[in-house]
Design a protein. Structure first.
Ligand SMILES: Cc1ncc(COP(=O)(O)O)c(C=O)c1O
Length: 428
């Protein structure tokens, strides 16, 4: 902080140093100042300029949070350095800011990518990637089982801008090969899909995408870098909704794109011009969440396996979707690609929508919530939440029935989760 009160060494405010002048403030009319010393700027000016940055000589263990939307760059050279993203130089927080860069560095390192760009949400990550990569006339091949809003992005705004999409079965790389054609620029899948928990064979899909000259982008929101390393398996880009496991506590809305530096530079510019940057507070909270990511994922995964096994044997449950179960059709793929487990998400089928209503109403610990990946177990109903944007026919075609329940298994004691779910199922 540049001191504005002349000759003042102490960080203590001159206002508190001069109680007599302070006392007079209450007596004066608004917007006038109580008798500043002649060498000092007025009280009005000092209100603006006395808010010094904290003076800390011993490094804090928790990183500081830089909320500033703008940085002082008192020479054109400094502006250039900030614009060139030189480390430690900042200009304007829509372009870059310290906590956001720290999050990007951490995710690039954990995903073994060259660069990362953090965004305002998971959808902003996907949007920034497609805006960077695609133009009118281009074609996308996407998994048919994807988060509903991603499907809506492809079939709505992208289609309106002349970018077409074909859907393929994520368990069948040959169906992706069949859907590829010369303008295919992007192949888009989820590591473990929302909501049917299909596991993508990243290596096989990378081969298909690369043979057609396309980029393979993998949304790893359901697995996080603790369980899947999609870049190492052949993907070009990894995406996350950091709102989910990276944050882990339902207090963040953020996203990230990780991949090769030249492509990520284009994603960074798309994020900048469309204004989709991650906020410093969300970056800070995501980094705090990530400190316990490995521990949380281990527990989410162990609990989900326990719960899935229990549900699979329950008479009221028609089917369980969880690749960690040996009976699941994607179990073999999960064992190869997700050696640390299939994650904390599972789905199961009840008879119909009224059965889901009765189940949810009878739960006491597990809460109904549209998101996922909290440390607490939550339940949701894809037909009315994540996949509401699809028509009933589209949902039926994709196997998302009205009786489908999606469970985000938390880190509580597994028996407590099972007890509450059994209470819900008893009401079905
Ligand atoms: C797999 C997946 N990707 C992306 C998103 C979008 O993330 P956000 O809500 O942070 O925009 C979601 C949201 O649920 C999701 O489940």
């Amino acid at each position: 902080m540049r001191p504005i009160s002349s000759g003042r060494q102490s960080k203590q405010s001159p206002i508190t140093e001069r109680p007599a002048a302070d006392a007079a403030i209450g007596d004066v009319r608004p917007y006038t100042v109580a008798m500043p010393a002649p060498e000092e700027p007025s009280f009005d000016t000092r209100c603006v300029h006395e808010s010094a940055a904290p003076d800390v000589r011993t490094p804090p263990l928790a990183p500081p949070l830089y909320l500033s939307s703008v940085y002082e760059t008192p020479s054109p050279d400094l502006v250039e350095r900030a614009m060139d993203h030189e480390r430690g130089y900042y200009l304007y927080a829509r372009t870059a800011s310290p906590n956001v860069v720290a999050l990007e560095d951490a995710l690039a390192a954990l995903e073994h990518g060259e660069a990362a760009v953090a965004t305002a949400s998971g959808m902003a990550a996907i949007s920034s990637l497609v805006l960077a990569l695609l133009a009118q006339g281009d074609h996308v091949v996407a998994a048919s089982d994807l988060y509903g809003t991603t499907t809506t992005l492809l079939s709505g705004p992208l289609a309106a801008h002349g970018i077409t999409t074909s859907l393929a079965d994520v368990s069948d790389p040959a169906s992706f090969r069949d859907a590829m054609r010369p303008p295919t620029k992007l192949v888009l899948v989820e590591t473990v899909s929302n909501p049917l928990m299909r596991v993508a064979d990243i290596a096989a899909l990378a081969e298909v995408a690369h043979a057609g000259g396309a980029v393979l982008a993998v949304d790893a929101s359901f697995t996080s870098p603790a369980l899947s390393q999609a870049l190492a398996q052949g993907a070009d880009v990894v995406l996350h909704s950091a709102t989910k496991y990276l944050g882990g506590h339902s207090d963040v809305t953020a996203g990230v794109v990780v991949g090769p530096a030249p492509l990520l530079e284009t994603v960074r510019s798309a994020r900048n011009v469309f204004g989709a940057v991650c906020s410093p507070l969300d970056a800070w909270l995501t980094l705090r969440g990530m400190k316990t990511l490995a521990l949380r994922m281990e527990r989410h995964t162990a609990n989900a396996l326990h719960v899935a096994g229990h549900l699979a044997g329950h008479p009221k449950v028609r089917r369980v979707y969880y690749a960690g179960l040996p009976s699941d059709p994607d179990h073999g793929c999960a064992r190869r690609l997700l050696p640390r487990g299939a994650g904390g998400m599972l789905s199961f089928e009840l008879a119909d929508r009224p059965a889901v209503g009765r189940f949810v109403a009878a739960l006491s610990m597990v809460r109904f919530a549209a998101s996922l990946a909290d440390v607490a177990t939550t339940v949701s109903h894809p037909a009315t939440t994540s996949h509401r944007g699809l028509s009933a026919d589209e949902r039926a075609h994709r196997g998302i029935g009205d009786g489908l329940v999606r469970l985000s298994v938390g880190i509580e004691a597994p028996d407590d989760i099972v007890r509450d779910l059994d209470q819900g199922l008893a009401a079905v």
